[in-house]
Design a protein around this ligand. Structure first.
Ligand SMILES: Nc1ncnc2c1ncn2[C@@H]1O[C@H](COP(=O)(O)O)[C@@H](OP(=O)(O)O)[C@H]1O
Ligand SMILES: [Mg+2]
Length: 251
C-alpha cells in the first residue's frame, strides 16, 4: 500500500510507463512491426503491477486487460490506457500518451496524462494554468485519422481552425497547455481513451462533457464512451449549440 495521494500515484505510474515506452522507441530496441504490440503489452503489465501494489483493493479497467465486470460494483476504479495513440507511436510520431485515470462513483476525479515524447506529465494536482486570452479564431484539435463529419461541421459553423493530431490524451493536453481551445470528438471512443484526459482537463479549469452537454460518466458496464467535448469554458455554449444543430450527421 502506497502512502502517495491518488494524484501522486497516477503521476508516478504514468511516468514509469512513459519511460518504458520511450525506451522501446530507441533505435534498434524493437522492430517497427512489433512496436505497437510491445508498447501496449509492456506498458500495460507495468501499470497493472504498480497499481495493484499501491492500491490492492482498487479495480482497474484497462484497454489492454480482460474485463470480468467485477469493477462495476466497486466505487474506486482506475481507468487506464497504457498507450493512447498506438497508431502514432507505431509511426514513431510524438502525439501519443499514457492515461492513468481514477473514477470514484463514476466521476473522473483524479488522473495523470503523460506525453512521453515531450517528457511531460500533467496531473490533477498540478496548479491550474493561467490561460492567455483566447484568440479570435479558436483552434480545434481533432483526430488526424478519423475526424467525424459532425466535428468538421461544427468547426466550420463556429469558424474554428482545425488542428489534426493523434491520441485523445495529446489532444486534451494541447487544450490544457493553451495550444488549442477546443477538442471535439464523435463516432467512437472508450472510457480509457478519455477518463484521465477529462480528469486533468477539469482540474485545469476547462469544460468537459458529452457532446449533448451531459456529464461524462465512467465505470459503466459497457465502456463505450463515443464522444466528448473538452474546451475553454467560454466556448462551451457555442460548440454545444453547433453540435445540436448538426445532429443529423450522427448515426
Ligand atoms: N471511431 C472510433 N472508434 C473507436 N475508438 C476510437 C475511434 N476514434 C478514436 N478512437 C480511439 O481514441 C484514441 C484517439 O484516437 P484519435 O487519435 O483518432 O483521436 C485512440 O485510442 P488507442 O490509440 O488507444 O487505440 C483510438 O483508437
Ligand atoms: Mg486510447
Amino acid at each position: 500500500m502506497s502512502d502517495q495521494t491518488d494524484a501522486q500515484l497516477a503521476r508516478s505510474v504514468a511516468l514509469a510507463a512513459a519511460e518504458v515506452l520511450r525506451d522501446l522507441c530507441v533505435a534498434g530496441a524493437c522492430p517497427d512491426t512489433e512496436l505497437g504490440d510491445r508498447g501496449d503489452k509492456d506498458a500495460n503489465a507495468l501499470i497493472l503491477r504498480l497499481l495493484h501494489a499501491a492500491r490492492p483493493d482498487d479495480y482497474v479497467l484497462s484497454e489492454e486487460a480482460a474485463d470480468d465486470g467485477l469493477r462495476c460494483a466497486a466505487r474506486r476504479v482506475w481507468v487506464v490506457d497504457p498507450l493512447d495513440g498506438t497508431r502514432e507511436f507505431r509511426e514513431r510520431r510524438e502525439d501519443w500518451a499514457v492515461h492513468i485515470g481514477l473514477a470514484i462513483d463514476g466521476v473522473p476525479v483524479t488522473g495523470a496524462v503523460a506525453l512521453p515524447a515531450a517528457h511531460r506529465v500533467f496531473a490533477t494536482d498540478d496548479a491550474p494554468p493561467a490561460f492567455a486570452p483566447a484568440p479570435q479564431r479558436p483552434r480545434m484539435v481533432v483526430s488526424r485519422s478519423r475526424a467525424h463529419p459532425i466535428v468538421l461541421a461544427v468547426a466550420e459553423a463556429i469558424g474554428a481552425e482545425l488542428v489534426p493530431m493523434g491520441s485523445a490524451g495529446a489532444k486534451a493536453m494541447a487544450v490544457v497547455q493553451g495550444d488549442a481551445e477546443i477538442y471535439l470528438h464523435a463516432g467512437g471512443q472508450y472510457e480509457w481513451d478519455n477518463c484521465a484526459p477529462v480528469a486533468v482537463a477539469l482540474a485545469a479549469g476547462l469544460f468537459a462533457s458529452r457532446i449533448d452537454g451531459s456529464a461524462l460518466v465512467y465505470n459503466c458496464r459497457d465502456p463505450l464512451l463515443p464522444d466528448l467535448l473538452i474546451c475553454r469554458r467560454e466556448y462551451a455554449e457555442q460548440v454545444l449549440a453547433a453540435v445540436a444543430a448538426a445532429t443529423h450527421l450522427l448515426p
